[in-house]
Design a binder for this molecule. Structure first.
Ligand code: 5GP
Ligand code: ZN
Length: 114
C-alpha cells in the first residue's frame, strides 16, 4: 500500500533499525520503545489489522510469532519473560494500520495490561 508507513519500512523506502528480515517478515525497533527491548514484527504483505488475517495467512501469522521467538532467544530474554502484543483497532490502541506484533522485553510487565 503506497501510503502505509510500515510497507515503506519493509521496502526500505523509510529507514528503520531492522533487527531481522526475510522474504515474508521484517522486524525492527519501535521508534518509541515501551521497554528496553521493543521490536515490531510485520509481514511484508499489507494486512491492515490482525482481524483481517485469513486462513490463507495461517503460515504467515505463525511466522510473526516464530520470528519474535528467534529474536528473544538471540537476545537471551526467554527465561526472564517477554510479552507479545497485537493491538486491534483504536479501542485496543492500534495506531498504525499494518498488522504488527509487538515484542516487549527487558523489564517486568503488569497484568492486566492498561
Ligand atoms: P500500535 O499503537 O499500532 O499497536 O503500535 C504502533 C507502533 O508503531 C507504536 O509503538 C509506535 O511507536 C510505532 N511506530 C510508529 N511509527 C513508526 C515509525 O515510523 N518507525 C518505527 N520504527 N516505529 C513506529
Ligand atoms: Zn502496509
Amino acid at each position: 500500500m503506497s501510503d502505509c508507513i510500515f510497507c515503506k519500512i519493509a521496502s526500505g523506502e523509510i529507514n528503520a533499525s531492522i533487527v531481522y528480515q526475510d522474504d515474508e517478515v521484517v522486524a525492527f525497533n519501535d521508534l518509541n520503545p515501551q521497554a528496553p527491548t521493543h521490536v515490531l514484527v510485520i509481514p511484508r504483505k499489507h494486512v491492515s489489522r490482525v482481524s483481517e488475517l485469513e486462513e490463507a495467512d495461517a503460515a504467515l501469522a505463525g511466522r510473526l510469532i516464530l520470528t519474535a521467538n528467534q529474536i528473544v532467544r538471540d537476545l537471551g530474554l526467554v527465561e526472564a519473560g517477554y510479552r507479545l502484543v497485537l493491538n486491534c483497532n483504536e479501542g485496543a490502541g492500534q495506531s498504525v494500520w499494518h498488522v504488527h506484533l509487538h515484542l516487549l522485553g527487558g523489564r517486568t510487565f503488569g497484568w492486566p495490561p492498561g
